[in-house]
Write a protein that binds this ligand. Sequence first.
Ligand SMILES: Cc1cc2nc3c(=O)[nH]c(=O)nc-3n(C[C@H](O)[C@H](O)[C@H](O)COP(=O)(O)OP(=O)(O)OC[C@H]3O[C@@H](n4cnc5c(N)ncnc54)[C@H](O)[C@@H]3O)c2cc1C
Length: 397
Amino acid sequence: MLTNKTVIIIGASVTGLSAAIALNQKGFDVTIFERHSSNQTIGAGIVLWSNASFILAKLGLLEAIKKVSGKPDNMKRLSVTNDVLGTLNIDIINKEIGFDSYSILRKDLQGVLLDELSNKGVKINYNSPIVDIVSLENKAYIVFENGLKYTADIIVGADGRMASQARKYVLGENTSSYQSFINWIGIYKSKKKLFTSMDILDYWGVGERFGIVPIDTYTCYWAGGIFSKTIEPKEPLKYKNELLDIFKKYPPIVAKVIEESLLESVNKIYLHDHNPKSCWHKDNVIMLGDAAHAALPTSGQGSAQALEDAWHFANILFENSTNIELAFKKFTQMRYRKTTAIIETGRNLAMSIFNNDENYCYHRNEASKKIDFSILAKGMAKGWREGLKDENIVTYR
Ligand SMILES: Cc1cc2nc3c(=O)[nH]c(=O)nc-3n(C[C@H](O)[C@H](O)[C@H](O)COP(=O)(O)OP(=O)(O)OC[C@H]3O[C@@H](n4cnc5c(N)ncnc54)[C@H](O)[C@@H]3O)c2cc1C
């Protein structure tokens, strides 16, 4: 069945692109507007945990993803002096959810999504910043720089965490919350083999963390984070030296990936999230992905939740296409609890990892050595599996 409903999507990143694919597959007429002039790839890489793979399989994209990603085996938590604080066997999560997890560069994930849209003939309107959303007789219109207004049956705000126009329209404000830590991120690519295993390395210091995620034996992405109350102007030429200085006491692999990464791949991000809000829609506007429920990267779930939003939203809208308000309500009700729990987990983990009290960190690390990581893995899988079984779709009807 084809619906005759039109959908505008603001933003062509993970949420916007995956929502466009899911909606197009259900027969909606989708138009995407992106403020940048081309595909952006902020956020060097991503672990697509099993729940993301579930959605990618549903969208028919998992085989393409497998071709450009790695398959991590373990996540090793280590001290600055290389003591093992615990090892998470990723296969436990994979088995609990029924799909493997993949490590992928952001540009490759977006490449797969863009290829799918191109194959389906869906074009992206780049260089199209939406400067406002206004209400005319209870219907929202997006506003372009030249003042032109445009609308559709549904407007999806997939416009991110920092200044979402959709969030401003729905909630009256779009401020995000700075969580007092910074991440430098980058991509390491070499002609020489560096990795002998596909283990994610996660070094925990005092108020610091350095994570290395291999994609293959030659390539990884990495993130170095520190506690910081203040936000300073960014100076890209200093990024590598800042990192080498902060992480100088870490095992040699840390300095190696920093030194040998191309400076263009290195970025510095002051990390913001959102205080959870239970209302995600107003009139014909709905927020998806980071615009609705941005979580810190310590949650490891931003992209997975963007993909889950896309798939659930397309299903629910399709089933309720004659009553858009009801569809919006059902979608929000269905997604609020899980995404709120993920925001909270991201914050709790960040508070512990970026705690800068030496005594606290000593006891945290000792406690970590005593954790049963197989129970931890099962607990993570239980949370991430919520809402993903086929039979749950029946409850929307
Ligand atoms: C440092 C970092 C590391 C991360 N690591 C991971 C990870 O390992 N795993 C994971 O699952 N997630 C991770 N995430 C989270 C993940 O990147 C996001 O949650 C996910 O990509 C969903 O983002 P989005 O598409 O909703 O928003 P964004 O990626 O922010 O995209 C918003 C898009 O909207 C466009 N836009 C904004 N305003 C306008 C406008 N007015 N007009 C037109 N276009 C507009 C923007 O240009 C952009 O293209 C990380 C995030 C950060 C910051």
